[in-house]
Write a protein that binds this ligand. Structure first.
Ligand SMILES: Cc1cc2nc3c(=O)[nH]c(=O)nc-3n(C[C@H](O)[C@H](O)[C@H](O)COP(=O)(O)O)c2cc1C
Length: 307
């Protein structure tokens, strides 16, 4: 059964669902090993302990997963973008230069992840253009490093939610005094609260220009740095190859960007669009920081730099 959705548009809509990023590895009995970057990982059942992920039927790694008895899910930590990009590219030897140890069934276990789940093959289900692979978890490591996220076609990191502000009438004087003392002393908590509040109004302002956050980031980065190659841009804004190319295509179609021998340059219409975005950013900055003196802002910047 086929749907009439535009695949690229459908993918973009799915990208609103934030996920973690994993590298799923396996090894055949005769020693052929592979690893695939996947964000389709999810938990299924606690008792028995089951998890799933899906692999494109056209992936060159399907055969390895079919022939292996086990697979390992390596949940990537926030500083592992290079590993994610590495395992998202086809290669004859995905493990050359990578630190790993052998897990159950020979499945490679990567170092310094957030968590690792070693699974035996449990069930393979037909899922359209993907195979859904369900695994029974036989061992796991709960390392707890801050995870890498994937949202809207770009990598992200977790900012802990600061929670809803209690209504004035709900906070008793005693509770308030205790809370205020503890929280006011905790600069990390205060920074997070501030970033959340800043973002809450800024992002809708940016979206009202009709651009996705990631497209806005591309325009602002190219406006600041001039011409960049796709790989330089990829590094600066933290996007996987495929998503970057899709966004480049959109911006080229709008004639805001030209691509010449891998070099990306804004057109005059693109520069104009970037200026609009800078104005939005400036407006928000003025709204929040406009009442502070230059001296106060200099100290603020100094503290931010040091942190
Ligand atoms: C963030 C991210 C998530 C991905 N998720 C999946 C996935 O869930 N399933 C999949 O088959 N491919 C996924 N891919 C694409 C594969 O990583 C890529 O096609 C594959 O590793 C290429 O190697 P192969 O030739 O061994 O398949 C993802 C890529 C990225 C960057």
């Amino acid at each position: 059964m086929t749907s009439s959705f535009d695949p690229r548009d459908f993918r973009r809509a799915l990208g609103n669902f934030a996920t973690g990023v994993t590298v799923i590895t396996a090894c055949t009995p005769d020693g052929v090993q592979t690893g695939v970057t996947a964000n389709s990982f999810n938990s299924v059942s606690i008792e028995p302990a089951l998890v799933l992920w899906s692999i494109m039927k056209t992936s060159g790694s399907v055969e390895v997963f079919d022939n292996a008895s086990h697979f390992a899910i390596n949940v990537l930590a926030a500083d592992q973008i290079p590993l994610s990009n590495h395992f998202a590219r086809p290669s004859d030897d995905k493990f050359s230069g990578i630190n790993y140890e052998k897990g159950i069934g020979g499945a490679p276990l990567l170092q310094d992840c957030s968590a690792r789940f070693q699974c035996e093959n449990y069930q393979k289900v037909d899922g359209g253009d993907h195979w859904i692979l369900i695994g029974k978890v036989v061992a796991y490591d709960d390392i707890g490093r801050a995870p890498l996220l994937y949202h809207g076609g770009a990598y992200s990191a977790v900012i802990p939610h600061a929670g809803a502000k209690p209504k004035e009438s709900e906070a008793t004087d005693a509770g308030k005094a205790k809370n205020e003392k503890r929280l006011a002393d905790n600069l990390y908590y205060q920074m997070i609260q501030a970033v959340k509040r800043y973002q809450a109004s800024y992002q809708p302002m940016q979206m009202s220009t009709g651009l996705r956050t990631i497209e806005a980031r591309m325009l602002l980065t190219l406006n600041d740095f001039g011409t960049l190659s796709s790989s330089e841009l990829e590094q600066r804004i933290g996007m996987p190859d495929n998503d970057l190319h899709a966004a480049v295509e959109i911006l080229c179609r709008k004639e805001w960007l030209t691509e010449n021998e891998e070099q990306l340059t804004l057109t005059s219409a693109g520069i104009e669009q970037a200026e609009t975005l800078w104005n939005v950013a400036h407006e928000r900055q003025q709204e929040v920081f406009g009442s502070f003196s230059e001296e106060e802002l200099t100290i603020f910047r100094k503290v931010l730099d040091a942190v």
